[in-house]
Design a protein around this ligand. Structure first.
Ligand code: AMP
Ligand code: FE
Ligand code: FE
Ligand code: ZN
Length: 302
């Protein structure tokens, strides 16, 4: 078994990269990808431990992106005037390490997150909450994300649980939402392709298209034209019906089907590494082999 979607203390997970590798070994996983938000530091740090313990580690990343205007126009028939949330794109570096150009590109996104966090604190103070950024940042590592805000609001007793913090305040469509500067989705797909990364669309269930198969197909066509190579079919938040729909979609667009738990440690306590929620995912090593095959086929044809 493998898990291709995990977070560490380098972003908004609660488990350090070395501990995550140890946990993977304990859970009997053959391979894991560390896919922290907008940073490669977790994957970098996990490398030596993975080598010494004999767990295969894939260097990955999860980028927060936004639809370019042409994508917004494309999906309007299905979403109407609803606000479009941030779209997550996974990137996997299967054969070559991420080059310096890619590393400097992601540094810009970390800066936009810092600005967002400052604004988010202001908005939350506007709701009468006693909150400062250093207090929230203390709950995390190098990068402060919204799960740390959720944890803070919970500890202060402002919300009943972490999900309520998102639903009422932190979600992209909630009261305290702060629009952040993000790279375009098409731009990010191309950026990964130019830098040895395999772009995979994360948890399609969170797309504003929901379960509209026609809308999803229109979107997939545009993303494939830009160089998308995979779709995250298996994910903790996908129902069996959704998994079937996404597997079908991946098949018809020639995309590699990938999967992962989206493990965040105690910040999302219901998600188990490699197993998802209540064992709702179970990803064989074979999937990683298919990704590698697709990556080398693309390399030969390019
Ligand atoms: P950030 O990268 O700081 O913008 O935070 C994004 C992270 O917050 C996502 O990866 C999820 O872990 C979490 N998140 C965002 N929106 C929601 C939501 N509506 N419900 C639960 N968790 C969410
Ligand atoms: Fe996260
Ligand atoms: Fe995500
Ligand atoms: Zn994630």
């Amino acid at each position: 078994m493998i898990d291709l979607h995990t977070h560490t203390t380098a972003s908004d997970g609660s488990v350090s990269p070395p501990d995550l590798i140890r946990l993977a070994l304990q859970n009997g996983l053959e391979a894991i990808a560390i896919t922290d938000h907008d940073t490669l530091e977790g994957a970098d740090e996990g490398g030596p431990v993975a080598t010494s313990l004999g767990v295969e580690l894939i260097v990955g990343i999860e980028l927060s992106t936004r639809f370019e205007p042409q994508l917004v126009d494309l999906i309007r028939p299905w979403v109407g005037s609803r606000r479009i949330p941030s779209i997550h794109l996974l990137g996997y570096f299967l054969a070559d390490a991420p080059p310096a150009a890619f590393r400097s590109w992601i540094l810009g996104h970390q800066e936009s997150r810092r600005k967002r966090n400052i604004e988010l604190v202001e908005k939350l103070r506007g709701f009468g909450f006693d909150i400062t950024l250093p207090e929230v940042s203390k709950l995390g590592g190098k990068l402060t994300g919204r799960p740390h805000f959720a944890e803070f609001l919970l500890r202060k007793g402002y919300v009943k649980n972490r999900q309520e913090a998102f639903d009422l305040y932190l979600a992209d469509t909630a009261q305290a939402a702060v629009e952040r500067e993000e790279p375009g989705l098409l731009e990010s797909i191309q950026m990964l392709r130019q830098n040895f990364g395999m772009p995979v669309l994360a948890h399609p269930v969170r797309l504003p298209l929901g379960d509209h198969p026609d809308g999803l197909r229109a979107l997939m066509e545009a993303l494939c034209a830009a160089g998308l190579q995979g779709l995250e079919v298996w994910h903790s938040e996908h129902s069996p019906e959704q998994q079937a729909l996404y597997e079908d979609l991946a098949g018809s667009f020639g995309l590699v089907a990938t999967g992962g738990s989206d493990f965040h440690g105690t910040h999302k306590p219901s998600i188990g590494l490699g197993t998802g929620v209540g064992g709702n995912i179970n990803i064989p090593k074979l999937r990683l082999d298919s990704m590698r095959a697709a990556a080398s086929a693309a390399k030969i044809s390019s």
